[in-house]
Ligand binder design. Structure first.
Ligand code: NDP
Length: 337
């Protein structure tokens, strides 16, 4: 049996990773912040035996020793073969940039790597959910974005509330690569760097109020919040959550994925394009949507992207935008939109 520890098991992306890990036969242990969330995950998988799926509590990844021996999170019997680290804050409610974002992202990442090195020598690879946020250079876009690019954000710039999420992902990923270089642990790492992740939310963890950050534009669109004015798209790259989840699992299954960053993106979109697909596929929502002739803010000149490596090494085949939009809307309607 091959055993995987998945941090942040209650998250939007992690919920899909759990399903793929189980489908691919991995024994899966998730970390969650409360008993309640752990129980919700188990109850949603009633036919899965407890040796196949269980949870451990890690209340705050930013705390020193959150994963250490005493807490037992990285220790297991039989021991773990792989770790997938997804837990990191993603929201726009910034009070304190360091406490709310930088600490949990950076210390969460270095903390789990240290704990694995110290207490879990059986782990062969750690896959870390990084982000396009760690790639993008908002000041000067390159002609083509690929895994070679790094966000040049500084610590000082990270104190700006509008930059801190992106900075948190950049510094956390850098800290992970630095750890491997300096500490030379038994394991290697791979990072998954998605842009905006869209797709169905799982019913057992979601209400409309708690819908994850990247899907909020869908909720707002179908609840009429963009009826008068369509919100700026912001970031024009997207990917489906099921493809991101599969990328994480492939990154432990494919030996060549070790030591690599993967820019996983399906392509470009705009809020107007989402609205157009909803109008066509779910005409009953027409009265909530922005007018058919609302402006599309998709730029005439935009950078290019190179997602070749994710397809070549991980074998990803990206879902088309239309399917993702329809599946996302239907999942939100199912939780009450
Ligand atoms: P969610 O908010 O749904 O998931 C975040 C997860 O991290 C939750 O399980 C959350 O627990 C957990 N978490 C957050 N802070 C802490 C903490 N201090 N201690 C312990 N656990 C914590 O977001 P996503 O699923 O979208 O994000 C998952 C990962 O993917 C993150 O690393 C994010 O940066 C990355 N990502 C997401 C993108 C997107 O568009 N969605 C794009 C690129 C990267 P709880 O639910 O209990 O708060």
């Amino acid at each position: 049996m091959v055993k995987v520890l998945l941090t942040g098991g209650s998250g939007f992306i992690a919920a899909h990773i759990v399903d793929i890990l189980l489908q691919h036969g991995f024994d899966t242990v998730v970390t969650v912040r409360s008993e309640e969330k752990g129980k919700q995950i188990l109850e949603a998988h009633p036919n899965t035996p407890k040796e196949k799926l269980s949870y451990v509590i890690v209340t705050d990844v930013a705390k020193d020793g959150a994963f250490d021996e005493k807490k037992q999170a990285v220790k297991s019997n039989p021991p773990f073969d792989y770790v997938l680290h997804t837990a990191s804050p993603f929201h726009f409610n910034v009070q304190d940039p360091v406490k709310d974002f930088l600490d949990p992202a950076i210390k969460g990442t270095t903390g789990i790597l240290k704990a694995i090195k110290a207490y879990a020598p059986s782990v062969k690879r750690v896959v870390i959910t990084s982000s396009f946020a760690a790639i993008v250079n908002g000041k000067q876009h390159p002609k083509v974005y690929s895994e070679k690019e790094w966000n040049p954000v500084t610590w000082e710039e990270a104190m700006d509330h509008s930059q801190v999420y992106r900075a948190s992902k950049t510094f956390a990923e850098k800290a992970a690569w630095d750890f491997v270089e300096k500490e030379k642990p038994n394991f290697d790492i791979a990072t998954i760097n998605p842009p905006l992740v869209f797709g169905p939310v799982v019913h057992y963890l979601n209400t409309l109020e708690s819908v994850n950050t990247s899907n909020q534009r869908f909720r707002n669109l179908i609840q009429g919040e963009m009826k008068e004015k369509i919100a700026p798209t912001g970031n024009f790259l997207w990917v489906d959550v099921r493809d991101v989840a599969l990328a994480h699992v492939r990154a432990i299954e494919v030996p060549e994925a070790g030591g690599e960053r993967f820019f996983v993106t399906a392509g470009f979109f705009s809020n107007k394009k989402i609205a157009d697909i909803i109008r066509e596929a779910r005409p009953e929502l027409e009265s909530k949507l922005p007018p058919v002739n609302a402006p599309d803010d998709f730029p005439a000149n935009i950078f290019e992207y190179d997602n070749n490596k994710s397809q070549r090494v991980l074998g990803l085949e990206y879902r088309p935008f239309k399917q993702t939009v329809i599946d996302t809307v239907d999942a939100l309607l199912a939780v009450g939109a």
